[in-house]
Design a protein around this ligand. Structure first.
Ligand code: M6R
Length: 598
């Protein structure tokens, strides 16, 4: 689970003789491994354990702030994902009760509260009742796991707004924030609902609501295998995932064009619902947001209805105009991003229809949406999104075509033509992957870089943003993406001798004027000393005189070009990161794969 957070990690193991042993360490999981070796695995024996990898919210990434956290009597250990929003008054109350805090975290209060509830009062001696009492005191978003030294065969866990899945083995039971935690041991899993508590022993699981009444989980079989979550010979998950992009797009498209008609999957939206939509709002974060920008271009072009797009964290705080004829597209690889989830909830509360584009079966965002279109990129472990981004773009285009079909804004033969263009993309991405060595050479030739600009026009603009984001998160280099035409309104002042600028050039076979404008833009920056890395279609000779480096991409229609032009930028960012000495590109500093806090 390290990709979800790697500031620190730790485990707590009940020894079955009235004790819990905790080992935890700041930094990556390897540090914890080393500590366990030092302590001696035999000294940590037990058959009930909880573990955690942390992405710090409250308190720095130190040993003390690492999870698990102990209660004051060392009888309870807990791990927590999310934020306990009312931790401050709870902490103050505990301090008034004479409890000494060992960490700066919001999480620690849960351990002490459980010990208090178990030691005294009406829930005394009852682990389950004590856990329920504590859970009902907490506000915010949390997945919490509790172990108690006097109940060494039980783990109690709960979730509110953050993920938790049960893995059902034979004579063993698992809990994980996602299935990757236990995929090696079982393919049988159970999805929990919102505000559910689960009590597991080795042979059984029991699900309840926070008031103790019985609740039902949703069993499912995991269709990923372990190999899909392993590196398969590549140096990093990210490089493996870049190479998996042809399959990611192909699998995402599969089954969505049947007998000449575009079909969506898990649908509670009828053709009539789609027809009634008069406005689309896209909400997403990071790379998913960039894929959403492309949804805007495609849907406005194909369906002729307005599309607004907003980063999910801003959406609900500015009172967007929504009604029952608005379709909100929530795009999320993980399906658990708190900002996007809250935007979904806001949209639903305002009566809008919500369609999720998601890569994770059964995650919270699809669960709370009216309809889902799953991307089939498989598990994406590298924190920087690559194959999930390309799959999102493909899925967004499927939604655009489904809307065009429902609105009758495209004839069936036009839709079939666009589908053919889309279906040709996986093979073109496969060919394009051969550019890897040439792009790595460019990265090496660039030498030391302080800043880098990315320019595009039309659908090339989101590609420029995505290229800049990849470079920022992997190489920790300042990078900005701009619409090329905007450069002269300010950013051109940044151009100086040898500044590397990536330019994504639209197809010369598309809107002619756009192509010639960007060729002029390249000349403007070259005239001011920039070094240009030009991404252009095969056969586009106009750009040749102005490119310090030229990366060729296969021919495609304009709207499909982002599915190709993004790929070399992924290699470029990965290699520049290596040149900068960032060896572990799968886990860039300060980031986490799934951001379940707002
Ligand atoms: O799981 P999500 O798609 O909702 O995640 C959204 C962003 O956090 C994610 O795309 C992030 O920007 C990636 N690190 C980008 O590479």
């Amino acid at each position: 689970m390290e990709y979800r957070g790697y500031d620190s990690s730790g485990v707590a193991i009940a020894d079955g003789q009235g004790h819990i042993n905790v080992v935890k360490k700041e930094g990556k999981l390897a540090n914890l491994d080393a500590l366990i070796e030092q302590v001696g695995p035999d000294n940590l024996a037990g058959t009930t354990a909880i573990g955690h990898t942390r992405w710090a919210t409250h308190g720095r990434p130190t040993d003390a702030n690492a999870h698990p956290h102990f209660s004051f009597d060392k009888k309870v250990a807990i791990v927590h994902n999310g934020i306990i929003e009312n931790f401050a008054p709870l902490r103050e109350q505990l301090i008034n009760d004479g409890v000494e805090m060992a960490s700066e975290t919001d999480s620690e209060v849960a351990a002490h509260l459980l010990a208090q509830a178990y030691n005294d009062g009406e829930t005394a001696g009852d682990f389950e009742a004590s856990a329920l009492k504590v859970l009902n005191q907490l506000e915010g978003a949390f997945t919490l796991l509790f172990v108690h030294a006097d109940h060494p065969d039980t783990v109690i866990a709960a979730r509110r707004s953050t993920p938790l899945i049960v893995g059902v083995g034979e004579g063993e039971m698992f809990l994980g924030s996602d299935v990757a935690a236990f995929i090696e041991f079982t393919k049988n899993a159970v999805e929990l609902g919102q505000d559910n508590v689960v009590v597991i022993t080795k042979d059984d699981y029991k699900i309840m609501n926070f008031d103790g009444t019985t609740a039902e989980g949703k069993p499912f079989t995991i269709d990923w295998d372990l190999a899909a979550a392993e590196k398969g010979g590549y140096d990093s998950f990210m490089l493996k995932e870049i190479h998996e992009q042809p399959e990611a797009v192909r699998d995402t498209l599969a089954g969505h064009f049947v007998d000449g008609r575009v079909v969506l999957d898990e649908q509670n939206l009828t053709e009539q619902d789609l027809k009634s939509i008069d406005k689309v709002f896209v909400v997403a974060c990071g790379s998913a947001y960039h894929s959403g920008l492309l949804a805007k271009y495609a849907i406005e072009h194909w369906v002729r209805i307005p599309v607004e797009i907003e980063v999910a964290s801003e959406f609900r705080y500015r009172d967007p105009v929504l009604d029952s004829r608005t379709l909100v597209m929530a795009i999320s690889q993980s399906g658990e991003t708190a900002d996007t989830l809250e935007a979904v909830r806001h949209a639903k509360a305002q009566g809008a229809k919500v369609l999720a584009v998601c890569n994770t079966n059964g995650a919270q965002i699809p669960r709370e949406s009216d309809a889902v279109l799953y991307t089939h990129a498989g598990p994406e472990i590298g924190v920087a999104s690559t194959k999930a981004f390309l799959a999102q773009v493909a899925a967004n285009y499927i939604v655009g075509l489904a809307l065009a079909q429902a609105h009758g804004t495209k004839y069936p033969d036009e839709i079939a033509q666009i589908w053919d263009d889309l279906s040709a993309i996986p093979a073109k991405v496969s060919d394009l992957l051969n550019c890897e060595d040439a792009v790595l050479d460019i990265a090496r030739e660039l030498g030391a870089i302080r800043t880098m600009l990315f320019l595009g026009r039309g659908v090339g603009f989101p590609v420029a943003l995505e290229g800049a984001l990849k470079l920022k998160e992997l190489a920790y280099i300042h990078a900005e993406g701009f619409p090329a035409g905007e450069l002269k309104h300010g950013p051109i002042a940044l151009i100086e001798d040898d500044l590397p600028v990536v330019v994504v050039v639209p197809s010369p076979r598309g809107v002619k004027v756009l192509h010639s404008k960007i060729v002029s833009n390249i000349q403007e920056i070259r005239a001011r000393g920039a070094k240009t890395i030009v991404i252009a279609e095969e056969g586009d000779t106009d750009v040749e005189p102005f490119a310090n480096w030229l990366i060729r991409i296969p021919e495609s229609s304009t709207i499909m070009q982002p599915l190709l032009a993004t790929v070399p930028l992924q290699f470029l960012a990965a290699e520049i990161a290596r040149q900068c000495g960032n060896e572990d590109i799968d886990k860039p500093r300060n980031l986490a794969k799934s951001v379940t806090v707002e």
